[in-house]
Design a protein around this ligand. Structure first.
Ligand SMILES: Nc1ncnc2c1ncn2[C@@H]1O[C@H](COP(=O)(O)OP(=O)(O)OP(=O)(O)O)[C@@H](O)[C@H]1O
Length: 247
C-alpha cells in the first residue's frame, strides 16, 4: 500500500553542517511513529522539511504518493499535514474559539462549494466540537494570550485538528507540561482516531513507548535505527547514543 508519507534521501545543510544527511522515513496511514535522538540530531529539521517550512537541498517528500517536495506549508496543509510546534503558536489577541475557527475556516467546506455563511457556521461547529475534546470549552471566550502554557498546547492541538490532518506532526508536545497536563495529553493522543497518523518528536521515552508503534532514531542528521519500541529499547546502539549525549 502507498505510504501516507515517504521521505527519501532528505538532506539539509546549514553552512558546513548537515542537519539532515540522506534521511529516509516512511509513515503509514494511522501509524503512531516516534522520532527520537540526542539534541541536535535533526528531528525538528525533519519535521520542518515534511511540513514544507524548510526546503531540502537533496531528497524528496511524497504524501500519499504525490511528490510535494517543492510545495510550501499551505499546500502541505491542504494535503493533510497538521503541525504543532515546540512553542505553541496561537494568535494571542484572538479568543480561544476564534483561534480554532480561523484554523478551521479554510477546511470548513469542500473546494468549489465555498459560501462565506456556510463556511463560518461549519467552522464554528468544528471549533465547538474540538474545544470540547481538548477540554477548553469553558475558556472559549478568553483571549488566547491569557492561557497557561499547557492550555496553549491543547489549543494548538485543536487548531491543528481543525485542518482535518491525515498526518499530525507533534514537536515535543509534553515539554513544559505538568504531570497532570501530560496525563491529559496522553489520554487525548491515545483517543485520536486512526484516520490521523502521528509523527511525534519527544524526549520523554516513557511517552514514546506508551504511544507509538514505530520508532526512528536520528543522530547527527542520519538514521541510527528504526523499529518497534521493544527493538529500540533493546538496542545497544541506541543506548550508547543516548549515553553519549542527550536530553
Ligand atoms: N536555522 C538554522 N541555522 C543553523 N543551524 C541550524 C538551524 N536549524 C537547526 N540547525 C542545526 O541543525 C542541527 C539539527 O537541529 P534540530 O533542531 O533539527 O535538532 P533536534 O534533533 O530537533 O534537536 P533538539 O532535540 O535539541 O530540539 C543542530 O546542530 C542545529 O544547531
Amino acid at each position: 500500500m502507498t505510504p501516507l508519507l515517504a521521505a527519501h534521501g532528505l538532506t539539509v545543510r546549514y553552512g558546513s553542517l548537515a542537519a539532515l544527511d540522506g534521511v529516509d522515513l516512511r509513515v503509514d496511514h494511522g501509524q503512531r511513529h516516534a522520532l527520537i535522538g540526542p539534541n541536535g540530531a535533526g528531528k525538528t529539521t525533519l519535521l520542518d522539511v515534511i511540513a514544507g517550512a524548510t526546503r531540502p537541498v537533496g531528497g524528496r517528500v511524497l504524501l500519499a504518493g504525490r511528490d510535494v517536495t517543492r510545495r510550501g506549508p499551505a499546500a502541505r496543509s491542504r494535503r493533510g499535514v497538521g503541525r504543532i510546534h515546540q512553542r505553541p503558536a496561537v494568535w494571542a489577541t484572538l479568543t480561544v474559539a476564534e483561534n480554532v475557527r480561523v484554523a478551521a475556516l479554510p477546511h470548513a467546506v469542500r473546494p468549489g462549494r465555498w459560501r462565506p455563511g456556510v463556511a463560518r457556521r461549519a467552522a464554528r461547529a468544528t471549533a465547538d466540537t474540538l474545544l470540547d475534546r481538548v477540554g477548553l470549552h469553558d475558556l472559549a471566550a478568553r483571549p488566547a494570550g491569557q492561557l497557561a502554557h499547557g492550555q496553549r498546547r491543547q489549543l494548538e492541538i485543536a487548531m491543528a485538528l481543525a485542518g482535518r490532518p491525515r498526518l499530525l506532526l507533534l514537536d515535543e508536545p509534553a515539554a513544559g507540561l505538568s504531570a497532570t497536563e501530560v496525563g491529559v495529553l496522553v489520554g487525548f493522543l491515545r483517543e485520536l482516531p486512526r484516520a490521523v497518523a502521528v509523527l511525534l518528536v519527544e524526549h520523554r521515552l516513557d511517552l514514546v513507548y506508551e504511544l507509538c508503534d514505530t520508532v526512528t532514531v536520528l543522530r547527527d542528521g542520519r538514521t541510527l535505527a528504526a523499529g518497534s519500541p521493544a527493538e529500540i529499547r533493546g538496542s545497544e546502539l541506541v543506548r550508547r547514543a543516548y549515553a553519549e549525549g542527550v536530553v
